[in-house]
Design a protein around this ligand. Structure first.
Ligand SMILES: *Cc1c(COP(=O)(O)O)cnc(C)c1O
Length: 396
């Protein structure tokens, strides 16, 4: 591995502080490095590999599509994308789908749709978007502009402009940012990178009412918290607060790069039109096949039921860890999207867990984030907590 790591550092741009491991293959909820060491994976490629690794049905579906047709162009129709859009509409309750290649691109599309919607109403070109502090929406310029982390933005300014920030779960702070120019309010239903902060039901309902009253679009970023992770296909479904535009990605393709932004019929009919937006790869047959098989397997394998059950078990296990160890401040989250908030940085705990064969990730400096494959069982949770306990004990 050492050799490859050196080669990587010589060839790749240094934009990541990587763990000193070269991963080689996966099976279920386990990953193996090049030296054959086994790891229990509670990261899932950052909330991506929901169905686990080396899933035969998933792999076979992709192989079949590869042998048939990988790419066309959006100038032509293709059946996998059509089927995928139909299924996505069904599970989301949204009406119109635009496939992208990543989460950030889905956010870009959502921003463009919101601006166009407002532009068609009044012809003005200075509309504003309200986003939240501590949010994360991606690294491209538009997505970065609505990301509420000044550290990520600073060196790349100027941002796209006319973005105002409010505090999640503080409706007054949102109201304080609303002007006649506000075209959209955007937030993650559960903030991921920002530290596993779920939006409160009352906040969502107040924002939704405000949006309806002022004809402002509600955009929910479900890229991390969507696809069953919280025990609902999309986290907003728990509260019935339906967005006008929604973004999804990460587990949508379970490893094949695909995202999407979805709209209600009303928003779709009054925003992006022919020529307004496009992508070369987005929704190509391979990506479409991935979304299809993922959504089929979600249903057949009762993924959401497993998240509800195993998520409750994980939550209880983390709560008892939090009660046991003084270095843990609290637990936050829902389903299989949980965070343990520490009184101190967690980097060394994560490194020690990795040594012991457990893959964890942080969210910010002092939070361990748990976003495992959605197929994990209670036994896997026990295995994880046993290793984590060892790491915490060594520390005490
Ligand atoms: C990961 C993430 C993104 C960006 O997705 P990419 O595929 O990395 O571009 C956007 N929003 C949220 C909430 C995310 O978690």
């Amino acid at each position: 591995m050492k050799q490859y790591i050196e080669e990587a550092e010589a060839a790749l741009l240094h934009t990541y502080n990587r763990y000193q491991v070269v991963l080689d293959k996966g099976d279920g909820v386990y990953l193996y490095d090049m030296e054959g060491k086994k790891y229990l994976d509670f990261c899932a490629g950052i909330a991506v590999f929901a169905l686990g690794y080396n899933n035969k049905r998933y792999n076979d579906a992709l192989k079949a599509q590869i042998d048939k047709l990988i790419h066309t162009s959006n100038y032509y129709y293709n059946v996998p994308a059509i089927e995928a859009a139909k299924k996505l509409k069904k599970v989301s309750g949204m009406d119109r789908v635009f496939f992208t290649n990543s989460g950030a691109e889905a956010v870009e599309g959502a921003i463009k749709a919101a601006r166009k919607y407002a532009y068609l109403k009044d012809g003005c070109r200075d509309h504003e978007i309200i986003a939240m502090e501590h949010s994360f929406h991606g690294r491209t310029m538009g997505a970065l502009s609505v990301t509420g982390n000044p550290k990520y933005r600073e060196a790349f300014e100027p941002m796209i402009g006319n973005i105002r920030f409010a505090q999640m779960n503080d409706f007054e702070s949102v109201l304080a940012q609303v002007t006649d120019k506000t075209c959209a309010i955007l937030f993650e239903t559960v903030q991921g990178e920002g530290g596993i902060f779920p939006a409160e039901e009352s906040f969502m309902k107040q924002v939704k009412a405000l949006c309806e009253e002022r004809d402002i679009l509600l955009i929910l970023d479900e890229i991390q918290c969507g696809m069953g992770r919280t025990g609902y296909m999309y986290a907003w479904q728990k509260y019935g607060v339906k967005p006008d535009i929604m973004t999804t990605a990460k587990a949508l393709g379970c490893g094949v790069p695909v995202g999407a932004f979805l709209m209600t019929e009303k928003t779709g009919a009054a925003s992006l039109k022919s020529g307004d937006h496009g992508t070369t790869y987005g929704g190509n047959p391979l990506a479409g096949a991935a979304v299809n098989i993922v959504l089929d397997l979600f249903e057949e394998n009762h993924i959401i039921d497993n998240v509800k059950e195993t998520g409750a078990y994980l939550e209880a296990a983390l709560d008892s860890l939090a009660a046991e160890y003084a270095c843990i401040k609290t637990r936050r989250g829902g389903g299989l999207m949980q965070g343990l908030v520490f009184h101190r940085p967690v980097g060394d705990i994560i490194t020690r867990a990795l040594d012991k064969g457990l893959i964890l990730i942080n969210a910010g400096t002092d939070i361990i984030r748990f976003v495992p494959p959605l197929i994990i069982t209670k036994e896997h949770v026990d295995e994880m907590t046993a290793i984590l306990r060892e790491c915490l004990r060594e520390e005490a």
